[in-house]
Design a protein around this ligand. Structure first.
Ligand code: SAM
Length: 296
């Protein structure tokens, strides 16, 4: 039986064999702890009927246990230097396909149609490159990609912001954008020591599960997120001030903003961080007629 890829000794051996050097700019921090991997697979809840999309397989540390558990894995890796390495390390797993592509360029709906037609459900499992965590998640959510779950490692600070509830410091437009689509919970906090090289910050595994229905009716989702972003630009200011500054011609259209706030039954002196997602939804609907046309 071959030793797991994700041990310090085997990882060093693989890196040496292929003369691989880490690229910090690509967020390359590889997992070297089999116990963390077991935990990730457990939280992913995958079995042989599951298809899995992995982002950034690296040298295959996480791909290996996913391949053992799932029916099929398609892994997207941006760094071409890793392709021969993966061909070597993942050769025992015929159910893995590695694609040399930037995940942000991938047509995800087409991948699911072409690669996972035979599968009941598709799950995303990844130790994400931290420099693009948010764009990657939003690509899956806003693109209406039919995935049930994402179990993803990221910086702890970002996971805290995604899962934050109203009235807390961490709550903001990212919490709203993601919780609009998904239930979000931190599955585990991960110390720096399980990576090679060690990142500067603590990490967390986040589990996102698709909400059966959205928390509120929204006329235009992009406009909801725009209103949410605009409401947090200056956290200490009131919702009225922030909307005046962020909406187009907001300064001149104070009355229209006040009217929308009144329709949504939101006191204009409140701060954005106190509004629930449902309140943001009602507010964005009330503002849409006057301010939303430019979004699409
Ligand atoms: N999954 C491996 C592990 O856990 O050991 C590696 C994780 S490492 C944090 C992130 C990986 O994502 C690296 O292999 C990096 O080259 C790759 N990557 C970075 N940006 C990417 C992008 N835009 N699309 C696809 N892969 C990317």
């Amino acid at each position: 039986m071959m030793k797991d890829i994700a041990t310090p000794a085997r990882t060093k051996e693989i890196l040496q064999k292929h003369g691989f050097s880490f690229k910090k700019s690509l967020g390359q921090n590889f997992l070297i702890d089999p116990n963390i991997l077991k935990n990730i697979i457990y939280h992913a809840g995958i079995d042989k009927r599951s298809g899995v999309i992995e982002i950034g397989p690296g040298i295959g540390a996480l791909t290996e246990p996913i391949a053992r558990a799932a029916g099929k894995v398609v892994a997207f890796e941006i760094d071409g230097r890793l392709l021969p390495v993966l061909e070597d390390t993942l050769s025992p797993y015929p159910n893995v396909t590695v694609v040399h592509q930037d995940i942000l360029e991938v047509d995800l709906n087409a991948v699911i149609e072409e690669q996972f037609a035979d599968f009941d459900e598709v799950t995303v499992v990844a130790n994400l490159p931290y420099y693009v965590t948010t764009p990657i998640i939003m690509k899956f959510l806003m693109g209406k990609v039919p995935i049930e779950r994402m179990v993803i490692m990221m910086q702890r600070e970002v996971a805290d912001r995604i899962t934050a509830v109203p009235g807390t410091k961490a709550y903001g437009s990212l919490s709203i954008a993601i919780q609009y689509y998904m239930d979000a919970e931190v599955s585990m906090i991960v110390p720096r020591t399980v990576f090679m090289p060690q990142p500067n910050v603590e990490s967390a595994v986040l589990r996102l599960s698709r909400k059966a229905t959205p928390p509120a009716f929204v006329i235009n989702e992009e406009f909801l997120f725009k209103v949410a972003r605009g409401s947090f630009v200056q956290r200490r200011k009131t919702i009225l001030n922030n909307l005046q500054a962020s909406l187009s011609q907001g300064k001149a259209k104070k009355e229209a903003i006040l009217e929308a706030l009144s329709t949504a039954e939101i006191n204009p002196t409140r701060r954005g961080e106190t509004l629930s997602i449902e309140e943001f939804a009602t507010l964005s609907n009330a503002l849409y007629e006057e301010f939303g046309r430019s979004v699409n």
